[in-house]
Design a binder for this molecule. Structure first.
Ligand code: DON
Length: 563
């Protein structure tokens, strides 16, 4: 036996015995919910209070976010729910990612000369893929929840009827998408004078409440058939889209095995394809596990992290897509042998990406994440999306449902950047029924019995945000609040630049990295909106935190006596 397999086996041994999956249900003293909006967090807690478990609470939070954060996610979108069931330690990723309609074709966004037509995969009905959120909610309730779907949907229905108050992030993202809003969207989200409403204005969504009620009563058929389906199809086809009733009938959620990795004895559990999140995250951590990060200076540490990001995002661009349609050698990509090879090419300087591209990421993207642990130890880490803020900027008349523009997550043409500056290969080309490659990375990080449940929106930067917070946890750098507040930096292979939030790199780090050959790009504003829950094995306490950048809310609630 050579040294490397021996070491590998040894690590596997440690990993097996220190693997902290709750094999016996832990019976916690508390429950915790962290999400992007106080009303969504309250909705989750309310359902827990009513005897629901984390999965019922996840339904309530998902549906309430659809109402109070209409720019981020919704019934017209998709998402990934990473689940941990405490009773038997079962972990699964519920894939509610949108699917391309049957009439979608590889070149549907290309003009006659073969160039990508600007905006066609981002704005309006043609940008929209078949939604997965409603089917996922039905699946969650019927397979994992304790309460009927109609009960878990009540807080969202109430929020849609009573309204939520406009807040600054809503205003900012609405302004960004205002030029593209269709009349139905304008009616709901703008004032009578077609202006962005002032902070505090109530946004009431009667049509959305009715759509939620039809889902609550009719279950799957309450969305994919009948009144809601008819209204969606009419609106989509009037606006030049290509959805059919057959597409709605054919939509299925899929339960997928999460991607699991091992970083120095800790267990990494994250999103499977069609999200690139788990593979890229584990690949980066595998590369980094060969460096003693704690022994490096702050700049040296960041330089290694940046190079690992670059290499893993290169694999993302070349190899990743929907594994129901293409062959992906996942085993190889997340293997230590592959990481060893990649690591051996990393020097103390920048290794330029193969070719350069000037296009920076566009500002103002949106999506949503929430994290839950209930008092039985069940966990949910869920990232939800309609892609761009307010998705395709189109509401289907009479439904209150914002349609996604997730088709832009496909690679419209090999090597051509999408809305997040990501490139892809034929692996992520458009095909009928295929799911576009995602970066959403709901994750569990399990170390010495402690568990961190986390995730964030942020397009292509999601994975590196989760990485930075996970490394803080894994290396004991501060407390939960610090991990979420930490300045973020990002490299995605193409464009060959290190993007960073204001303040994420000190002046001296910036000049040192420039000297090492990095092109740096400070973003105008911060990015991401991370919400996390932490279980501490020693005290058996929960802690929850929301990204300090926005208005998210995190709450830990003590179990009432006798519960
Ligand atoms: O699935 C994806 O990777 C993207 N549609 C996510 C978009 C996103 O996070 C926008 N966020 N700010």
């Amino acid at each position: 036996m050579t040294l490397r397999p021996a070491l590998f086996l040894f690590c596997g041994f440690i990993y097996f015995f220190s693997s902290p999956v709750f094999s016996d249900p832990p019976e916690l003293k508390q429950t915790a919910v962290a999400s992007a909006h106080p009303m969504a967090t309250s909705a989750g807690l309310e359902i827990l209070q009513q005897g629901g478990n984390a999965f019922d609470a996840a339904i309530a939070v998902t549906a309430t976010l659809a109402v109070v954060e209409p720019m981020g996610s919704g019934l017209g979108g998709g998402g990934f729910w990473l689940l941990h069931r405490a009773s038997d330690g079962y972990q699964v990723m519920l894939d509610g990612r949108e699917k391309a309609p049957a009439a979608a074709t590889r070149d549907m966004y290309l003009g006659k000369s073969g160039h990508v037509i600007d905006g066609l995969s981002l704005n309006g009905a043609l940008a929209s893929a078949i939604p997965g959120v409603p089917a996922a909610l039905v699946h969650l309730a019927s397979h994992y929840g304790k309460l009927p779907l109609r009960e878990s949907l009540q807080p969202a229905i109430r929020a849609a009827e009573k309204g939520f108050a406009v807040y600054p992030r809503y205003q900012k993202l609405l302004k960004f998408r205002q030029p593209h809003l269709n009349p139905a969207a304008k009616n709901i989200f703008l004032t009578d004078k077609n202006e962005v409403p002032v902070v505090g204005t109530k946004i009431i969504q009667k049509d959305l409440a009715a759509s939620l009620r039809r889902l609550a009563i009719g279950q799957r058929d309450g969305f994919y058939k009948g009144e809601t389906a008819e209204k969606l199809l009419t609106a989509v086809s009037k606006a030049g889209g290509i959805w059919t009733q057959e597409d709605l009938d054919n939509y299925q959620v899929v339960e997928r095995a999460p991607v699991v990795g091992n970083y120095r004895g800790a267990r990494i559990v994250s999103a499977a394809l069609p999200s690139s999140g788990g593979i890229v995250l584990v690949e980066i951590l595998n590369i980094l596990s060969g460096f003693d990060l704690d022994a490096l200076s702050e700049v040296e540490r960041k330089q290694k992290i940046i190079e690992a990001m670059r290499l893993a995002y290169k694999d993302r661009a070349e190899f990743l897509g929907d594994s129901d349609f293409i062959q992906v050698d996942q085993k190889h990509l997340v293997s230590m042998a592959h990481a060893d090879k990649l690591r051996s090419g990393i020097t103390d300087k920048a290794t330029p990406s193969d070719f350069l591209s000037e296009s920076p990421l566009k500002e103002g993207q949106d999506t949503s994440h929430f994290s839950i642990i209930d008092d039985d130890g069940n966990r949910v880490s869920a990232t939800l999306s309609i892609n761009y803020p307010f998705g395709s900027a189109m509401v289907a008349d009479g439904t209150g449902i914002v349609l996604n523009d997730e088709m832009d997550d496909f690679s419209a043409s090999p090597g051509v950047e999408n809305g997040y500056g990501l490139i892809g290969s034929s692996a992520n080309a458009i095909e009928a029924g295929k799911r576009p490659l995602s970066s959403m990375s709901p994750s569990f990080i399990e170390k010495d019995g402690d568990v961190l449940v986390l995730g964030t929106p942020g397009g292509s930067r999601i994975i590196t945000m989760v990485l930075i917070a996970a490394l803080d946890f894994l290396h004991g750098r501060g407390e939960l609040e610090d991990w979420l507040a930490r300045g973020r930096f990002h490299h995605q292979y193409i464009p060959d630049v290190v993007q960073f939030e204001p303040g994420a790199l000190s002046e001296s780090e910036q000049s040192e990295l420039s000297e090492l050959g990095y092109e740096l790009k400070e973003r105008q504003s911060s990015y991401g909106n991370m919400h996390a829950v932490l279980f501490k094995a020693k005290s058996r306490d929960l802690n929850a935190a929301s990204d300090p950048r926005w208005l998210g809310s995190a709450e830990v609630r003590e179990k009432a006596a006798g519960e």
